[in-house]
Design a binder for this molecule. Sequence first.
Ligand code: NAD
Length: 482
Amino acid sequence: MDDLWFDPSKILIGGAWRAASGGATLPVEDPSTGEAFGTISRGTADDIDAAVTAAADARIGAWGRMSAADRGRVLSRLGQLIAARSEQLARIEARDVGKPLTQARADAQALARYMEFYGGAADKVMGQTIPYMEGYTVYTLREPHGVTGHIVPWNYPMQIIGRSVGAALAMGNACVLKPAEEACLTALAFAHLAQEAGLPPGALNVVPGLGEEAGAALTAHPGIHHISFTGSVGVGMLVQAAAARNVVPVTLELGGKSPQLVFDDADLDAALPFLVNAGVQNAGQTCSAASRILVHKARHDELLERMARRYEALTVGPALDDPNVGPLISARQKEVVAGYLAQAGDLDVAAQGRIADDAPAGGHYLAPTLLAGARADHVLAREEIFGPVQVVIPFEDEEEAVAIANGTEYGLVAAIWSADGARQMRLAKRLRAGQVFINNYGAGGGVELPFGGRGKSGHGREKGFEALFGFSVLKTIAARHG
Ligand code: NAD
């Protein structure tokens, strides 16, 4: 692939690029065509062990001795290098993940912005002095955990690397990153640029590989002091159990079934682009996808009709053609989503997008589907589908809207569309979610905005300044001086 300026078949350990210890590789597939266009390494438990050792060495070496201001400078420089290559990174991501080019560009810019944000924040995390007994001076320090493990899914590699590795490095941790086997290329590109920016050897180690092999080895490793996991609920449970055996903290950023609540006084003109985009962005493979649209019964028919018109206008095709909706990541994911659609039963298909006639036959395309007539307890209204499928559910009043919105196991994101300020405030408190948006959805991505779940959407917060507290540990120092 022309845009790749490095060899993707190597892993990074202690500043050196090398083959995985077993020499095995995995194919890189283009979801838009179904064809392989390269190979990545299949990292092993031995590679993870070497990466953890290299990270521990970096903590007591040049990286550990670097001042917070200098750490910030490295990250800021890295942000500039990413920004300079953002078009290249976007094209790599489009090819690797099947993400439409405009959306991949937004991810590359977000990655640059994360480095800028965390670069600027690195020397601004301060402790406190605590008034205490006569004869004592007491203060707190925020220290890095040490070696942090980062397990990343395939849907937003650049964004998730930015928010977790960026914040961890800003606090002085040394990182071992295990990207998803389906989408490693931008993780490797990030590591090359980090070296170019002057990140000392071992501060960032990248070991691509299978989840049950390299991923499991990372979560079980006794040399890891904190784990940041983003992915499915099932694997999140395994990760938390593995972390428990070593008694280390974990951040779990898991799935969602996020609702947007549309009241009778909502400005539908303003809401419509957010309602549809938040369902089909990245082909619905978004943790915070708005997969449930809850609408007051007085506006139900109008909303459904207007959403349907937008669905019918959606373009679906190869990522590099920059359609509204690209392919799903894999044949397997397409099967999962099709399996959900097969359970739609008596739900109405209100509208579907149309796959381009010339879309390659081997690509994993699925027509975006808008479903109506759902009850809140329908399987498609409860479970995360992780595809371009939204269900519209009517409600009678505010009480019922809150009950439906809070009625799944998840609690990641929610939105309220209403002109009534008192209702906005009331519901923002009552909705079970890590982020609540009022008359918008996502607030433009918000590198600065703490993000995370309630319930099975996970725990811990990444993004924003808050992440720096998660990637550090508080020490209290009490000096008795008389
Ligand atoms: P996944 O759980 O299958 O995989 C995620 C990562 O975990 C991959 O790197 C994988 O290799 C690794 N992994 C798999 N098995 C493992 C094991 N036994 N031990 C350690 N690591 C293992 O998830 P996915 O299908 O790649 O991603 C989709 C899921 O991620 C969805 O549920 C989505 O909602 C969630 N997600 C959440 C957020 C968030 O911020 N809350 C963001 C993006 C995605």
